[in-house]
Design a binder for this molecule. Structure first.
Ligand code: EPZ
Length: 420
């Protein structure tokens, strides 16, 4: 397994180009199952989760090739409707083929995605919504077996909890269903909005985009001709690099970024004393000598994103005072606390709330990544720790960050990848 070695060596400087959003690209790839003919996807990030999803689509019988800056996917000849355990166990987001496969073929088998480090991560809300639309779902030998004997029908679906991939599965199913669906308490993340825009561009009528409830007029099984689509910038990658600049007291410019998707993150960084120049697709962050502490509660978009919680915890170790960070979405997304403590961070954990006291000089050490965003938080800490920090099990990092060590070393970080 690989590890990343960082030697804290002072402020960074320069600019970083933000890649396409993994969590937008995944539902976009899933939605190609609803398409007739080729779909050209641009700005796909070169990360492990995308490679895994393309492998899943290929196993179902799709083809894909790179043509210039287009990733051309064709699902005309899909010949399987089973997403097997060996793929799903490596990436839970494989669940995103459930809605489109069921909508197109009327039957599919998808391995139950197990839990993961950050939580049990059930999918009951996905299944309940699809059953309301006419699906018959049984769980057999660890597989979700879904059929739609009378097809899927538009319904009013009220989600008990906001679920990103649950919303995406139901949106894709509703796009091909018979009749109109209304989804209440739908996720509003930019990645969900882009999926809806992709379907709208193919002629699916969707009303209420970006609000708590949307209406979708299904095509009654007619496959979609989907125009070229460019994946939106990754707001979490961008937020991670903003934290890298803040923690290392650097001036940093991000390019190909969408500042509008980062409002909650920008506000928290401003509360800590940082300032910005913001353009339409660029932003520059300016350092501050003394970081102010900050209080954070993670919540659904447009609130503060859970995917930025670990990175802000690393940053809070350098703030002058006490920061309180509460994780509200996942039951076990605080495993980076013990790793940050190994670096010397002063953090007290009570339930789902961490109290971080700073500023605290961190000492380089060997630490272990436990999930995708925790691993980036440990890299941020390594940027300013005294001495050498080695982050092990960085396969977590490779799932969602494109060329992280290259992007950071290009702005002056002393960061290299090694083999155990
Ligand atoms: C998506 O996961 C993201 N993944 C996650 O990003 C992100 O952390 C999460 O949304 C929250 O923003 C992708 O988009 C591929 P949820 P998802 O369903 O859809 C509970 C990363 O770092 N829930 O919105 O799986 C669930 O347990 C990843 O890129 C149910 O109870 O998250 C959680 O507490 C990590 N029943 C809450 O809802 C269900 O049926 C939100 O989960 C579904 C969810």
């Amino acid at each position: 397994m690989d590890f990343i070695e960082i030697v804290g060596n002072g402020p960074l400087h320069g600019e970083i180009s933000i890649s396409g959003a993994k969590n937008a690209a995944l539902p976009i790839l899933a939605a190609t199952i609803l398409a007739k003919g080729n779909v050209c996807v641009k700005n796909l990030p070169d990360v492990k989760d995308i490679k895994t999803f393309l492998k899943l689509l290929d196993l179902l019988g799709s083809t894909h090739e790179e043509v210039g800056d287009c990733f051309v996917i064709n699902t005309t000849n899909l010949n399987s409707t089973t997403a097997t355990y060996d793929i799903v166990k490596t990436m839970r987001a494989s669940i995103l083929v459930l809605g489109p496969l069921l909508a197109r073929f009327g039957e599919c088998r998808v391995s139950l995605p197990g839990g993961c480090a950050i939580g049990q991560r059930p999918v009951g809300l996905h299944l309940k919504a699809l059953e309301q639309m006419g699906a018959v779902i049984t769980i057999e030998n660890g597989y979700i077996h879904a059929t739609a004997p009378k097809g899927l029908h538009g319904k009013v679906i009220v989600f008990d909890k906001i679920t990103v991939t649950g919303s995406e599965n139901v949106i894709m199913a509703a796009a091909l269903a018979k009749g109109t669906s209304k989804i209440v308490n739908v996720a509003k993340e930019p990645e969900v909005v882009q999926l809806c825009q992709m379907l709208q561009s193919a002629g699916v009528v969707i009303r209420g985009l970006g609000s708590d409830e949307i209406e979708i007029e299904g095509t009654d099984g007619r496959l979609l001709e989907i125009p070229d689509i460019t994946v939106i910038p990754d707001r979490i990658e961008a937020g991670t690099y903003l934290c890298a600049a803040a923690i290392s007291k650097s001036t940093l410019t991000l390019k190909k970024v969408q500042p509008l998707h980062l409002e909650a993150v920008i506000q928290k960084l401003e509360e800590m004393g940082l300032s910005f120049d913001i353009g339409s697709d660029t932003m520059t962050i300016y350092p501050v000598e003394k970081l102010k502490p900050v209080d954070i509660v993670t919540t659904e978009y447009p609130g503060f994103p859970t995917d930025m919680q670990a990175q802000f915890m690393a940053l809070a170790t350098q703030a002058e005072g006490v920061s309180v960070i509460e994780e509200r979405l996942f039951e076990n997304r605080l495993m980076h606390v013990s790793e940050l403590q190994r670096l010397g961070a002063k953090i007290k954990l009570k339930g789902h709330t961490a109290t971080v006291t700073g500023p605290c000089e961190l000492q380089g050490s060997d630490v272990m990544a436990t999930d995708l965003r925790a691993s980036s938080a440990l890299v941020l800490a390594g940027l300013i720790a005294k001495g050498i920090t080695r982050v092990h099990r960085i396969y977590h990092l490779d799932r969602g960050y494109e060329r992280l060590e290259e992007k950071l070393s290009n702005i002056g970080a002393n960061i290299t990848r090694g083999k155990e």
